[in-house]
Design a protein around this ligand. Structure first.
Ligand SMILES: Nc1nc2c(c(=O)[nH]1)N[C@H]1C(S)=C(S)[C@@H](COP(=O)(O)OP(=O)(O)OC[C@H]3O[C@@H](n4cnc5c(N)ncnc54)[C@H](O)[C@@H]3O)O[C@H]1N2
Ligand code: MOO
Length: 341
């Protein structure tokens, strides 16, 4: 890239080769003059007001890519399924969710792109629940022109690793709720679990097809799980009785019919969580914190299952970093560090 510095008085009639930005603190940040603008006599006062006594006139070499074109290439490479890309502004391109769903970030590709000089890309955290239209990633060039070779490497990473961001829509899953606890079963206390779980699954498009109650009895809980399977459930949620009391028999009941992925999660709240499967049906043991804490491990794992992911042991272990809830007075999840390691 060759640049020539000229006094603005001498620049009248010349083509501006870069944007000039105007910032009025607290009021606006915007383009005062765009790339390609021919400097006119009447522009001089405004340019001086922006602190510009000189402008750069650019000569771009064959192997230079203008920042806006670099932004376009980055957007193209980053965008996967259900992503819409904006036009560049000062090289920045934003990527938006085209549907409601689960954001998937290809972190390896993201890191490889960011290891290159002169380009940057950032995303919302992997596995965020996003709404249609929401911005999920942004990307831009750092200098005014980027070497073609760098942009070729960006494209190469895209070819090797695939897209960086995509949104997977939630499946219309069928859910059975099994609420355990002798005190609830006998009507000594009112069930407070069902409304919490129902709201969370319905928010992501799930349908509660059955709700049943069981006392702290291993055999009866097992029978309820088997019954839920017979009803064609995609997901079975079993609440309560997940801890260490002699009456806490839910883990045993789940173990007796399902393949356990993991009992215990490095997430607080949610330590007594159990993830298991019977074939493709996810059977999840949810400790009582899932009822009284606003957000638990369930809120981190459930959206992934609803989006069709099969949860592995490593997925649960990986939640440890960022798995500690700050217990803010007023919960701001997902705009906080919980589950964002
Ligand atoms: N000695 C220890 N005690 C506890 C531990 C521990 O490690 N050592 N872990 C704690 C953690 S962490 C959690 S979380 C809870 C897990 O509780 P459970 O899943 O076993 O829940 P329950 O014992 O069945 O019930 C606790 C509490 O909540 C009420 N409950 C349960 N289900 C309902 C419902 N559907 N509606 C309304 N209320 C419900 C129940 O009556 C109890 O009062 O364990 C800690 N303890
Ligand atoms: O399962 Mo308890 O998990 O931490 O509040």
């Amino acid at each position: 890239m060759k640049t020539r510095k000229v006094k603005i008085e001498e620049a009248v009639g010349m083509i501006l080769c870069h944007d000039i930005t105007e910032i009025i603190p607290g009021e606006k940040k915007g383009r005062a003059f765009g790339k390609g603008h021919r400097i006119r006599e009447e522009d001089l006062e405004r340019l001086k007001g922006l602190g510009k006594n000189h402008i750069y006139v650019l000569h771009m070499d064959e192997d230079d890519v203008h920042e806006d074109d670099a932004g376009r290439i980055l957007g193209e490479v980053l965008a996967g399924e259900n992503i819409k890309v904006t036009e560049p502004y000062e090289s920045r391109v934003n990527l938006h969710a085209a549907v409601d769903g689960l954001l998937k970030v290809n972190t390896k590709a993201l890191y490889r792109i960011n290891r290159l000089d002169d380009v940057a890309a950032s995303t919302l955290p992997n596995y965020s629940v996003v709404g249609k239209g929401e911005m999920v990633a942004g990307t831009k060039a750092i200098p005014l022109v980027v070497k073609r070779g760098i942009m070729e490497q960006v494209r190469e990473i895209g070819k090797e690793e695939g897209a960086v961001v995509s949104v997977v829509p939630f499946r219309p899953v069928k859910i059975s709720l099994i609420i355990t606890g002798t005190e609830v079963y006998k009507g000594i206390i009112q069930d407070a679990f069902q409304p919490v779980l129902r709201e969370k699954v319905e928010a992501l498009g799930g349908e509660v097809i059955d709700v049943s109650y069981a006392p702290d009895d291993e055999r009866m809980i097992r029978e309820k799980i088997q019954r839920a399977l017979g009803l064609g459930s995609d997901i079975v949620l079993v609440s309560g009785g997940m801890s260490v009391d002699p009456d806490d028999v839910t883990p045993k009941a789940i173990c007796s019919v399902a393949q356990v992925v993991k009992y215990g999660s490095p997430v607080l709240p949610g330590a007594m969580f159990m993830m298991s499967y019977i074939g493709d049906v996810a059977v999840i043991g949810i400790p009582a914190c899932g009822m009284y804490a606003k957000i638990t491990v369930f809120d981190l794992i459930y959206p992934r299952i609803a989006a069709g992911e099969r949860i592995q042991k490593e997925d649960i272990i990986a939640l440890a970093n960022g798995g500690l809830c700050r217990k803010c007075e007023s919960c701001r999840f997902p705009n906080c560090s919980f589950g964002r390691g």
